[in-house]
Design a protein around this ligand. Structure first.
Ligand code: FMN
Length: 338
């Protein structure tokens, strides 16, 4: 929602002629605007008052010109609006279709009085034009961490896969895992899991993993893009690192690693994936990304931690820090939000 619209009462002839000139410059009641002067306008609530006070004795067709003050400012024409609704436009009104003029309304003279049309009660706070277009994006991955999930089969053989459907609440992770993969097989057979989060420089590992599956035979739907690989770790250049509490190993090259116990698998509505709820039972963080918080406890240092962000099939480092929560134990002071 932009600034409230403002309204100028124009003599209709002046307004119509200004279309040819490309600019409207009658300050009030047909008096020409002078450079350094202003064109009078008002907010919605005062239009009737202005008509009564200044136009009652005028019997020429009048037009109410509704203007977008933001667009005027964009066009380099300052607008001043006083608390009482009086507005001044410090320049001529462009008639170039730039959106400055929102609409025009022919005013009606009824029963001896000019009548203001029904304007938006809240002061003509008309919605901004919708600047969005409807699209059919190829994916809805708006920017989530890419991570490596490791599970183990019943014989303890690990399988690593890239994934990005992730959210966390408290100590619980909820992951979305496709049913057609080896990862889902292992989870359904009772495997716990690890989540290892790569840094941005490890994005090529994800690309190499993107065509490998531990499922044999490769499911038909994946056959055009995937090949079976029973031991992906050496093939893509990463190293299994034994976990403390669960069977699946972590990925040594990742600076942040979670060991988690699988708590619940819930089939999705279309059967294509599982919602995996897993409880994080141990967190490993490289010493290069930790620091003491104000209670002397080790935390991930948000300034030094850079997850690999996956957005619309592209990989990103994260951007600059823009703020923090009041509850952060690593923040230098309370956030300043006003
Ligand atoms: C960047 C990226 C993100 C992915 N995200 C997911 C995901 O969130 N969940 C999922 O099940 N598969 C995801 N996949 C696809 C799996 O990695 C793929 O299904 C693979 O076959 C799984 O390996 P597996 O069959 O050995 O388990 C993603 C793949 C890539 C490259």
């Amino acid at each position: 929602m932009g600034a409230p619209r403002i309204h100028h009462i124009a003599i209709t002839d002046d307004w119509d002629m200004s279309e040819l000139a490309g600019e409207y410059g009658a300050a009030t009641r047909g008096v020409a605007y002078e450079p350094g002067g202003h064109i009078r306008a008002t907010t919605a609530s005062r239009v009737q008052e202005v008509l009564d006070e200044r136009y009652a004795d005028l019997h020429l067709p009048l037009t109410l010109v509704t203007l977008d003050p933001g667009r005027l400012e964009d066009a380099g024409i300052p607008v001043e609006v006083d608390a009482d609704g009086t507005a001044r436009i410090l320049g001529e009104i462009p008639r170039d279709g730039s959106g400055v003029v929102v609409e025009t309304t022919a005013l009606q003279y009824v029963d001896g009085r000019w009548r203001a049309p029904a304007l938006d009660a809240a002061g003509a706070d008309l919605p901004e034009p919708d600047d969005h277009v409807v699209i059919e994006p190829e994916t809805l991955y708006i920017g989530t961490p890419a991570f490596l999930i490791v599970t183990a089969d019943v014989d303890g053989r690990p399988n690593v896969a890239p994934a990005s459907s992730y959210w966390a609440l408290g100590r619980m992770l909820v992951l979305g895992i496709e049913t057609e993969g080896k990862t889902a097989d292992n989870l359904l057979a009772g495997s716990d899991l690890t989540v290892s989060v790569p840094s941005p420089d490890l994005w090529p590992v994800i690309v190499r993993l993107a065509t490998l599956t531990g499922r044999n035979p490769v499911p038909a739907a994946k056959a055009h893009r995937y090949r079976f690989e029973p031991d992906k770790f050496p093939v893509v250049g990463i190293t299994p690192q034994p976990s403390d509490l669960v069977v699946p190993p972590r990925v040594r090259e990742c600076r942040l690693q979670f060991e988690a116990r699988t708590r619940r698998l819930t089939p999705a509505v279309d059967g294509g994936y599982l919602m995996v709820e897993a409880e994080v039972v141990r967190v490993h963080a490289a010493s290069s990304i930790v620091r003491e918080d104000r209670h002397g406890e080790l935390q991930v240092d948000p300034a030094r931690w850079h997850p690999l962000v996956y957005a619309f099939r592209h990989f990103f480092d994260r951007g600059d820090e823009v703020g923090w929560l009041a509850s952060s134990r690593t923040a230098p002071h309370a956030p300043v939000v006003d």
